[in-house]
Design a protein around this ligand. Structure first.
Ligand code: HEC
Ligand code: HEC
Length: 324
């Protein structure tokens, strides 16, 4: 018995020791660096910035980049503290992506931007885990974003404002040493589905370009950015997000369940919700659901038709109610 107790104590001490080592390792290692090794065609990428691309890039950015990167006071894309990120992540600021060569991205090449937007790896090997990469976006749409980033849009005017670099806390470091990993470049070119193929186009809009599924599935932690359909509770809503006051706002179930989702909505009601942020029974939908005013009717129609084809999820979401 005594021998056994001895053994037990040693075993426990060993486990404790290993745990301490693991914690210290993560603490001091921080966020791992990754090799920046684009293939030659990406390294030398030069995006032709014609007006068509700049216009499309501006439209995508208005929904995909500006919300996270704009300083609400100046409208310039110099970054802000992301108060709607879960508190456990600590203080995270988005960064300056204006033309400034030092504080912004004025010095980045088109290839570096492409590689970062796909993998989240910067040219210096630093891995920016919080933003998440764009894995399913078509190459042409990434080129449009890059063309726009180079444009003379007023919000991109060179500015030296920037928050001090993010200091990742232990949780972020731990996640970056375990579950958060840079995503690989796509193995083959990605094209934009033809808009006449309504379902494929609707899927592209909802799952790649406008990322409706990320907010509208069960949780950001269980979403699958490579195969969106494998995200837990795909479009079944309930994802607990924070508004700017730090209150929880859960996303809506937008599968076609007549009781828990939008199964008995009309297209017009759907259109009003998506484009103008209107609730079905009057009033406005709450942040972070934003009005998507730049969407065309045919884009909304394609998303609607696509949503009709995905599995229904019977998830009753406890919706946000304003306190008065
Ligand atoms: C969910 C919020 C969010 C969205 C959406 C977002 N970003 Fe970011 N971005 C961040 C944050 C936060 C950082 C820096 C911190 C990190 O990721 O670790 C960042 C970093 C960057 C950087 C690196 C800057 C540097 O100096 O290291 C670039 C470039 C960038 N974003 C461009 C974009 C573009 C272009 C888009 C739209 C296609 C976009 N971001 C969308 C939050 C976001
Ligand atoms: C940043 C996260 C986010 C994104 C991106 C997003 N939504 Fe939402 N959406 C929400 C939240 C949160 C609600 C619930 C708001 C509320 O309860 O007032 C909502 C509500 C809705 C509703 C209303 C449903 C109802 O029952 O009231 C519809 C329809 C909808 N979203 C469709 C979309 C579509 C289509 C897209 C993509 C074009 C999209 N959303 C993108 C977060 C998001």
């Amino acid at each position: 018995m005594k021998k056994f107790m001895h053994w037990l104590v040693y075993a426990l001490l060993t486990i404790l020791g290993l745990l301490v080592c693991a914690v210290l390792f993560v603490y001091f290692r921080g966020i791992p660096k990754y090799p920046y090794n684009p293939p030659p065609e990406i390294a030398s990428l030069q995006v032709k910035a014609d007006s068509q691309r700049i216009t499309r890039g501006a439209k995508i950015a208005s929904m995909q980049c500006e919300g996270c990167h704009a300083d609400p006071k100046t409208g310039l894309l110099t970054g802000h503290i992301m108060t709607d990120l879960p508190k456990e992540f600590g203080r995270v600021a988005s960064m300056n992506i204006t033309h400034d060569p030092e504080f912004g991205i004025g010095k980045w090449t088109d290839g570096e931007l492409y590689y970062f937007l796909r993998t989240s790896i910067r040219p210096d090997g630093h891995y920016n885990a919080i933003m998440g990469g764009y894995q399913l976006l078509a190459d042409e749409d990434l080129y449009s974003i890059i063309a726009w980033l180079r444009s003379d849009a007023p919000s991109l005017k060179a500015s030296k404002d920037e928050y001090p670099p993010n200091e990742p806390n232990f949780l972020v470091k731990l996640l970056c040493n375990t579950v958060f990993k840079p995503k690989p470049l796509p193995s083959s070119p990605i094209t934009i589905p033809d808009s006449t193929q309504v379902l494929a186009y609707g899927r592209y809009l909802a799952c790649a370009l406008y990322n409706c599924y990320q907010c509208h599935s069960a949780d950001f932690k269980t979403m699958n950015t490579e195969i969106p359909e494998k995200s837990e509770g795909f479009f079944g809503g309930g994802n607990p997000m924070l508004n700017l006051e730090g209150e929880t706002v859960r996303s809506a179930n937008i599968t076609m369940s007549p009781t828990n989702g939008i199964g008995n909505w009309t297209f017009d009601e759907f259109y009003q919700a998506v484009v103008n942020g209107k609730k079905r029974n009057g009033g406005s939908l709450h942040y972070p659901m934003m009005p998507h005013t730049v969407l065309s009717t045919s884009e909304v129609r394609s998303i609607w038709e696509y949503l009709k084809t995905i599995p229904i999820i019977e998830n009753k979401v406890e919706r946000y109610v304003e306190k008065n």
